[in-house]
Design a protein around this ligand. Structure first.
Ligand code: GLA
Length: 723
């Protein structure tokens, strides 16, 4: 049993093998947060702050007349105005205008089966605790799911209007917890399209540090993730907490250091310009947030995220299953392709081990460039110089499967769909709709739009033999208005858009159970756990230049497993960066994730084409590490470091793969020694590339000197095989 309630002390213990999360009902009836960290005994005590001479705090008295400072109590859920002055996690507005919710504990339930979240993606399995609270005319349920085998707690909140009048939900975050007064630092992933998941760190001093997205999608600007560690926390040692929201829309996570020095962490669905009208009897479900604790550094934290996402988040049918190895035509042709060109790309790689051809943007409507065609999901046979079936048949003849690109959420003004239904785009009355990449976003709050998209797209997939779909989303939202919603529900638009998106995902994914869907958003602009619930992998970045990719994949791996990162070998010199890199270097990086190729293969030399089957055979030999391996980041390719090094070890520790990349060639550089991690100390491992066998203890402590070839952006891969 992972959930234990001590009736005597009124403390709940949520326990996994290595972790305890504890809170209880204190003397004042407040749900007080006690502890989140390494497994401890069931003997914790309340730290409820009695008066210590703090002025300007709100005091209450217990039945014995003892005075308590209510302001400083760390809480499981904070609401404003009842003496708590910090970032609230819940703000409800009642019919009389009051925004004060004094929460009263009403009971709890332990659920063996984790309930599915209404309309939202969430982790599967896990024993779940439901804490029932009352707030005036609302019932608030806090959900905690515990996974005994991992140090993960999943949290969400549901609000029910139990009164006769409407309530407004003005903020409904998913969680809150507090960390004792220590020298905490926040680590987060910021960037932009083409430069996703750059690792940033900041000291958590007095004040509030928030990462957020107001873009209506999770965004490359700030991934919905924050880690918190101590100054001494490194990749492979020390305490690290991780927070990741399973949500694809606007979000916020904040860490606030209070005057007590405590750091309070809360977050979830962004409340930027948000207000949800909750009618009597209705419920509102907040997105779920995954909380992780590790005392094995940031890599340890990542392993927890990776395992839970690989086993309890992605669609069951892809758990530990190998993925297609694709050839995609986008970087080779962009919009300008001919049937002959597409066929010749397929032909040149047939028999190499590449098993799926993906036709990217440009096959539908009047789509010669980005200015037109989105929304018109019918095959442009004139441009294709034939039917889609012709191309699919050809691909099949060459022994490969077929994939197709869609961007379902979007419409170009120059499209039949927009001409027929201009009101189907999200737009503000009396204003010109805001364009981005010359496109508008369809209003997914409308049932008829979702119905149209599901019917049209499902028909194309059903009428053709399609095994793979790349689902793109090439802009952020910019209109907080839906012509379909009443005036007093306009502030629900962004969240309703995401609920509509999830409904659409379900209608299309469920109708096509044999198809693998890959997410994309100008690369990784919607790389989040919400998408991963429906699609097992996401195109990590449009930036495919190997050294830039090294940084992006390094950052992405803080939360998301390599099996979720779609990574392709592209041309050299790189289209954007102009860097010249070796084919093997590009492959070494791409083969860390769900791999593929995306270049004009008809321009490759014979020797290069001959390399592909060898690369794929090597990839296949280690594929299990992509789907199941434990990550150890060894060298960060940032700051003073000139090297990227990530090691992945099989769960049984029988093998491991270490990928190293040198960024720039430097003259007379200091020695490079890398210290592997996670091997079994007593097992002897052979590294064939070095013609050396040593015990795990020796490899980990003596280290390894990578023999890097001279030149920029060089890579080396070392495989450790237990003898
Ligand atoms: C986005 C994607 C690319 C490609 C183009 C097509 O930018 O990230 O991979 O699919 O759209 O327009």
């Amino acid at each position: 049993m992972a959930i234990f309630y001590d009736e005597q002390s009124k403390i709940f213990y949520l326990e996994s093998k290595e972790t305890t999360y504890a809170f209880g009902i204190n003397k004042l009836g407040i749900l007080e947060h006690l502890y989140f960290g390494k497994r401890v005994g069931r003997d914790l005590v309340f730290t409820t702050y009695s008066e210590k001479g703090r002025s300007h705090a709100v005091y209450v008295f217990d039945e014995d007349g003892v005075k308590y400072d209510i302001t400083s109590i760390p809480k499981e859920i904070e609401t404003p105005y009842a003496g708590d002055y910090y970032e609230p996690s819940l703000i409800l507005e009642y019919a009389n205008g009051s925004r004060r919710s004094d929460l009263v504990f009403e009971g709890y339930e332990i659920l063996k089966e984790k309930p599915k979240l209404d309309g939202l993606p969430s982790l599967r399995y896990g024993e779940t605790l439901a804490i029932k609270l009352r707030a005036k005319t609302a019932k608030v349920i806090l959900y905690y799911t515990v996974y005994e085998e991992s140090s993960v707690i999943a949290r969400s909140m549901k609000i029910e209007n139990t009164g006769d009048d409407n309530i407004r939900v003005n903020r409904a975050y998913s969680f809150s917890f507090s960390l004792p007064n220590r020298d905490w630092k926040a680590l987060y992933l910021a960037g932009g399209a083409g430069a996703e998941t750059q690792v940033k760190q900041t000291t958590l001093d007095r004040g509030i540090f928030t990462i957020d997205s107001k873009r209506g999608i999770s965004s490359a600007s700030m991934n919905p993730f924050m880690a918190i560690g101590l100054p001494e926390t490194s990749e492979n040692a020390g305490i690290a907490y991780g927070v990741n929201i399973i949500y694809s829309g606007s979000h916020a996570i904040s860490a606030e250091r209070t005057p007590m020095g405590i750091v309070r962490v809360t977050g979830g669905l962004s409340d930027f310009d948000f207000s949800w009208k909750l009618e009597p009897g209705e419920t509102f479900q907040s997105p779920e947030t995954v909380l992780v604790f590790s005392d094995k550094g940031y890599s340890g934290m990542s392993r927890e995220f990776h395992n839970i996402f690989r086993n309890a988040l992605i669609p069951k049918r892809f758990v530990k299953k190998s993925r297609p190895i694709v050839i995609n035509n986008w970087e080779a042709t962009r919009f300008k392709f001919t049937m002959e060109k597409l066929r010749s790309i397929v032909e040149t790689v047939a028999g190499t081990g590449i098993d799926t051809f993906v036709l990217d943007d440009g096959w539908f409507g009047k789509r010669e460039d980005e200015t037109s065609g989105l929304g018109d999901w019918f095959v442009n046979e004139e441009k294709m110089e034939g039917t889609l079936k012709d191309l699919i048949d050809f691909t099949h003849e060459k022994g490969m499967r077929f994939g197709l690109w869609f961007e379902p959420e979007m419409v170009n003004r120059d499209s039949d769909l927009y001409r027929a239904h201009p009101e189907w785009a999200l737009r503000t009355p009396d204003e010109e709709p805001v364009e981005a990449r010359r496109q508008l976003m369809l209003d997914l709050t409308r049932e008829e739009v979702r119905e149209y998209l599901a019917t049209t797209i499902n028909k194309i997939i059903r009428d053709h033999e399609i095994d793979y779909v790349k689902w793109d989303c090439n802009r952020d939202l910019a209109e907080g208005y839906s012509l379909a919603l009443p005036v007093d529900r306009q502030k629900e638009t962004y969240h309703r858009q995401i609920l509509g998106l999830y409904d659409l995902f379900e209608r299309i994914v469920d109708a096509n159970p044999d198809v693998l869907f890959e997410g994309c958003s100008s690369g990784g602009s919607r790389f989040d756990a919400g998408v991963l619930y429906y699609f097992p992998q996401i195109w990590t970045s449009d930036q495919t230049d190997a050294p830039a990719r090294a940084k992006i994949q390094y950052g992405t791996s803080f939360v998301y497993p390599f099996s979720s990162m779609s990574c392709h070998v592209t041309e050299s010199p790189n289209r954007r960066a102009k860097h010249i890199t070796k084919l093997y270097a590009r492959a070494d990086l791409a083969h860390m994730g769900a791999t593929g190729y995306e270049l004009d293969t008809t321009k490759m030399t014979e020797e290069e084409l001959e390399e592909i089957p060898k690369q794929i055979a090597a990839y296949k030999a280690d594929e299990d590490l992509v789907f199941d391996g434990d990550i150890y980041r060894l060298n960060a390719p940032f700051g003073d470091s000139n090297y990227f090094a990530i090691q992945v070890v099989s769960p049984d520790k029988k093998k491991a793969k270490l990928t190293v990349m040198k960024m720039l060639e430097n003259f007379n550089e200091p020695e490079l020694r890398i210290f592997p991690e996670g091997l079994d100390a007593d097992t002897v491992y052979e590294v064939a590339e070095l013609e050396t066998s040593m015990t795990g203890a020796s490899w980990m402590n003596f280290g390894i000197y990578p023999q890097m070839p001279q030149g920029d952006f060089e890579t080396k891969v070392y495989r450790f095989i237990a003898k």
